[in-house]
Design a protein around this ligand. Sequence first.
Ligand code: CTP
Ligand code: ZN
Length: 153
Amino acid sequence: MTDKEALRVSKIENGTVIDHISAGQALNVLAILGIDGFGEDVVSIGMNVPSDRLGRKDVVKVEGRELSQSELDVLSLIAPAATINIIRDFDVVDKHRVERPESVTGVLRCPNHNCITTEAEPVDSEFDVVSDGVRCEYCGTIIREDIAAHILV
Ligand code: CTP
Ligand code: ZN
């Protein structure tokens, strides 16, 4: 971490730092975490922070909370280079990269209105992660761009 960044977003005592987010994706990361500004979460956001590895990056720090596996799975789709840092008593006690899952269940809405997963009957959506996006298991529709816009809330 550079001194410049230290001045931008201060360290946290406990929680999760999502670092090396693709620049421009911070608000989508908040959406994935269900953070809309009306909850109790204490959140710090850095956007377009200079980064050696990425040129520019976004950073999201969520205090007092760790992420679920399904949150991490969707995160990996929009921020494949993200690093998850678990912070306890100001120390980084765990650091790992997000991993691209084989599939994601119940987190994305199929854009096909005739798809069984979008009808009244509750069928969990399931998308396979493919090279050019994610593909609906039920109707084959592929979401290639702006995956974040299809996140179920
Ligand atoms: N961080 C934080 N609060 C802490 C400790 C770390 O907000 N108490 C943040 C840092 O600002 C940084 C990230 O967590 O964005 C990872 O911290 P650290 O591993 O110390 O930084 P780097 O070595 O630069 O990480 P990397 O090698 O992953 O780039
Ligand atoms: Zn579908």
